[in-house]
Design a protein around this ligand. Sequence first.
Ligand code: 5RP
Length: 219
Amino acid sequence: MSQKTLKQLAAEKALTYISKGERLGVGTGSTVDCLIALLPEVRHHIDVVVSSSERSTEQLLELGFKVLPMTDVESLTLYIDGADEINDKLQMIKGGGAALTREKIVAAHADRFICIADQSKYVDVLGKFPLPVEVIPMALGHVQRELNKLGDARVREGVITDNGNPIIDVFGLKITDPIALETHINQIVGVVTNGIFAHRPADVLVLATDNGVQVIEAK
Ligand code: 5RP
């Protein structure tokens, strides 16, 4: 099956998790795009919607959803988002779409985080996908030098996040201790967020494969 079909299947399965009175966080990316397109089917279940990017917000508004700012909502019952890589502990690399900071903030408000992904995202060790790091502009040089001690740190050309910041992608990592590396990178002055989601992993992975959609719960 094509990757696009698998993303669609993951989104369809995730829709079945949305239940009455849901306060829903919506992530960002092409897998989430499939989910957003399906959301009108469960509109009657959804009390509140918050989004992790301007891109997703625009799509939700077009479908007639009222999107609240995160600051207006104390907690969410469910957050659904994609990932660039995810391991068997449901720790992830995210931020391929440059939305990592808002994604981490929305995830922090959610009782439950469901990750939707196709089989290509499920890995033994995180790090083949370059790790995104959002940086305060004036710290770009300093942060790049520090990240170069870990791998090959390259500024993502032509990309500024919804928060007005550049992204550095770190290539060539083999992340054997995701919690430690997430903590370490966050200590570098000028880093806003890094794309390791290990302190707050997903609770459920909906993984679309050629053999069907698997649901993997956090151990
Ligand atoms: C955006 C993200 C996305 O969840 C991640 O990049 C996956 O995207 P896609 O569903 O397009 O493969 O973290 O910042």
